[in-house]
Design a protein around this ligand. Structure first.
Ligand SMILES: *Cc1c(COP(=O)(O)O)cnc(C)c1O
Length: 238
């Protein structure tokens, strides 16, 4: 086992490379790099990596499983923002809302009702993004593109929930260019909803881009980049 200090230095160097990629991508499309937030996706990496990442300056973390997130982020960590980025099963909706600051994967009104109740109980405001299946792959969760606008327009206001934007996962084809169309579609939908104002007046965010497609995501307007592999290394699925 390497020490937390050594691991923190590694993670810091890796994150710096990612931040340089972000800065360069922003320069290409004349965006302010401060308009892009980096979410450190620590899923499947140990708690010691979360500690090391915090030492390396991380403030935004992404986890895709509620139980794992709960295990790693149950102690209060001041200054740390937790993003639940994976699909949440109905029996974990309450737990998810209690531990998360942001949930990126909302795709039903039933989930929102539970998130409202849990957020009210916790005296917090929960920021939510709606996941859209822009790649139209059967294995991916999220709203179907054809349903997104009607679904969003049917939403009621919830006292403890802020509607913040849209999220998608790129096409898993090996060619990041294949994700561009879906990203651009998502951006247009975000713009349309934000223009409506009201409960969508804070609908400013686009959670798109991961290790392999962050440059394209930034060119298409990403405000939240979710990076795992490029910071923490490969995940061991065995
Ligand atoms: C795992 C995961 C990521 C991070 O992916 P990398 O390719 O490792 O950067 C981003 N978003 C979601 C939803 C994930 O599940």
């Amino acid at each position: 086992m390497i020490s937390i200090d050594t691991r923190a230095k590694e993670l810091s160097a890796n994150a710096l490379r990612v931040k340089m990629r972000i800065a360069e991508a922003c320069a290409h499309c004349r965006r302010d790099p401060r308009s892009v937030k980096l979410v450190w996706v620590s899923k499947m990496h140990p708690i010691s990596d979360v500690e090391a990442a915090i030492q390396a300056g991380a403030t935004e973390f992404g986890e895709n499983k509620v139980q794992e997130a709960q295990r790693k982020f149950n102690t209060p960590r001041p200054g740390v923002t937790l993003h639940v980025i994976g699909p949440v099963q109905s029996n974990k909706w309450t737990k998810a809302a209690k531990i998360a600051d942001w949930i990126h994967s909302v795709d039903s009104l039933d989930a929102l009702k539970k998130y409202q109740a849990a957020s009210y109980d916790s005296k917090k405001t929960l920021d939510v993004l709606f996941q859209v299946n822009t790649s139209q792959e059967a294995t991916k969760s999220g709203l179907e593109m054809k349903d997104v606008e009607a679904f969003l327009l049917s939403l009621p206001p919830f006292l403890n929930i802020r509607y913040r934007g849209l999220m998608t996962i790129g096409v898993n084809s090996g060619n990041p260019e294949d994700s561009r169309k879906g990203f651009a579609w998502l951006r247009q939908m975000r713009d349309r909803m934000q223009f409506r104002g009201g409960i969508f007046s804070q609908f400013t965010e686009l959670s798109i881009g991961m290790t392999d497609d962050l440059e394209i995501a930034i060119a298409e307007g990403s405000t939240l980049i979710r990076v795992g592999t490029a910071i923490f290394g490969a995940r061991d699925y065995t």
